[in-house]
Design a binder for this molecule. Sequence first.
Ligand SMILES: *Cc1c(COP(=O)(O)O)cnc(C)c1O
Length: 345
Amino acid sequence: MKPLTELLRPNIRHLEPYSCARNDYSGRAARVFLDANENPYNSPLNRYPDPLQVDLKKVIARIKGVKEEQICLGNGSDETIDLAYRCFCQPGVDNVVAIEPTYGMYKVCAAINDIEYRPVTLNNRFDIEADRILETCDEHTKLIWICTPNNPTGNDLNHDEIEKILDTFQGIVVVDEAYSDFTHRRAFRYELSDHPNMIVLNTMSKAWALAGVRLGMAFASKEIIDVFNKVKYPYNINILTQKEAFKAFENAMEVSKWVSTIILERNRMMEAFKMLPSCKQVFHSDANFFLARMTDADHIYRYLVNEGIIVRNRSKVTLCRDCLRITVGAKSENNELLSALRVLE
Ligand SMILES: *Cc1c(COP(=O)(O)O)cnc(C)c1O
């Protein structure tokens, strides 16, 4: 890995961050807060939230097996995706390399930040090949985007190939583990100390069932997290979100039950899809969704919309011709989808 200062966007290297009122005051038994132009009424929502979410990070550190100083929280992991661009990539100069197909936000954020986006198509088993990723990089490649288990293909990518990229690439490798709760593979966030150039993304939107709350997280070395904290909006995680996250983490047992149920349902659905005349192929999944190649995805998609059932049409995506991406729902929802497809020719 190159020295971090060399990888950072030049203006970020020297950034003097906003100093908020609550940063200046450090602990002790303060009783009267007249520092932040808050309104004294309507407690507790009248107060600004903790800009570094210290209490919440203590809980996250314990649950995720990382250190508090290795965590940056975002308004969804989408915010941390954008942060990576704003910290490392110089508009009009730098580029990033990503697998294809994958999660669409990496490309959208590249476009917003005026960064060249270099997609590298997965092989025909939807897997990653380190050499092809590495040979697409040049001296202006700052980030490599990897998503495992991958969206929309659903499969866990080859961890040895990812390790090879982490060990060889001189820039930053972002590993998006939005779906890692659904796979048996060991998560990359446990390998942070082996890979100073790795950023791992997690989200509360999938296994934790809090998509509406908007809480995502980046795990990385303290040096990288310190930069993220300087660049993010000071009060990016509001009090209501922090409160709901605390509640969810007290409920971790329930979450592992949800995950088991969803995996059982996913396997049942995948077997059922294999029997459908309208389905040609079901791809392996390590996530809470699966990809299915249909006889005519556009036609089936429109038919399902008419029936009030919405799936994701991925038929225009690289390697995904005629594919629908099916999110695993509750048993009754899944059965509705199956019944609708069974009456189709
Ligand atoms: C759903 C998803 C996310 C979650 O984004 P949030 O902003 O946290 O809701 C992140 N990455 C991938 C690959 C996803 O599929």
